[in-house]
Design a protein around this ligand. Structure first.
Ligand SMILES: Cc1cc2nc3c(=O)[nH]c(=O)nc-3n(C[C@H](O)[C@H](O)[C@H](O)COP(=O)(O)O)c2cc1C
Length: 168
C-alpha cells in the first residue's frame, strides 16, 4: 500500500498542502512526494493511491501538471485510487477568479477527470485550499483541511480495497 503525491508549485503553497497530505498518508504506509517535473514512470509502480496537487492557472491545472498528465498512457492508472486538489484564490476576496471558476470549472476537477480517464478510480471529491493572494499564504486552517481530506482518502482507499478484497 504505497502512495505517490505529485505537485507543482511556483510560490510554495501547493507544496505546503501536498506535504500536509503526505504527512497524513505516511502514517498509513510509504509515501513519495515529488514535483511533477521529477516524476519518472517507475515511480508509479506499486502505487495504490495517487494524489495530485496543482496551482490554479486561469482555473486550469498548471503547465507542469498538464504536461505530466499528458505523458501518461491510457490504462496506466488502472487499479489506482486517485485524488486531486488545487490551490486557489479565496473567492470572497477575488471575485473575478471566482466568476471565472464558475464559468470554466476548477483546476482540481480537470486533473481528477484526466486521472479517471487514465483508468484511476476516484477516491474522493476534489478539494481546494485558499490563498490570501496569488503568492500566498494559505488562509489559516487550510493545511488542516488538507490533512482532514487526506484522512478521508485513506479511509476511501481502505474501503475500496476491502470491497474488492485487495490486500491494502
Ligand atoms: C498566471 C496566474 C493565473 C492564475 N489564475 C488563477 C485562477 O484562475 N484562479 C485562482 O483561484 N487562482 C489563480 N491564480 C493564483 C494561483 O492559484 C496561485 O498563485 C497558486 O495557487 C499558488 O500556488 P503555489 O504557491 O504552489 O505556486 C493564478 C496565478 C497566476 C500566476
Amino acid at each position: 500500500m504505497s502512495s505517490l503525491v505529485v505537485f507543482d508549485t511556483t510560490y510554495g503553497n501547493t507544496e505546503m498542502a501536498a506535504r500536509a497530505v503526505a504527512e497524513v498518508l505516511t502514517r498509513h504506509g510509504p509515501v513519495r512526494t515529488l514535483r511533477a517535473a521529477d516524476v519518472k514512470s517507475g515511480h508509479l509502480e506499486g502505487v495504490t493511491l495517487l494524489v495530485v496537487g496543482t496551482p490554479s492557472r486561469a482555473s486550469r491545472p498548471s503547465d507542469a501538471i498538464r504536461g505530466w498528465l499528458a505523458g501518461l498512457t491510457l490504462g496506466q492508472l488502472a487499479g489506482v485510487r486517485v485524488a486531486a486538489f488545487d490551490t486557489r484564490l479565496d473567492d470572497d476576496r477575488h471575485r473575478l477568479a471566482a466568476w471565472w471558476a464558475r464559468r470554466v470549472g476548477r483546476a482540481a476537477d480537470a486533473v481528477l477527470a484526466r486521472l479517471e480517464d487514465l483508468g484511476g478510480e476516484g477516491a474522493a471529491a476534489t478539494d481546494g485550499y485558499r490563498l490570501e493572494r496569488a503568492t500566498g499564504p494559505l488562509l489559516q486552517g487550510e493545511t488542516n483541511r488538507a490533512r482532514a481530506w487526506a484522512e478521508a482518502l485513506v479511509a476511501a482507499r481502505e474501503r475500496l480495497g476491502s470491497e474488492r478484497g485487495d490486500a491494502t
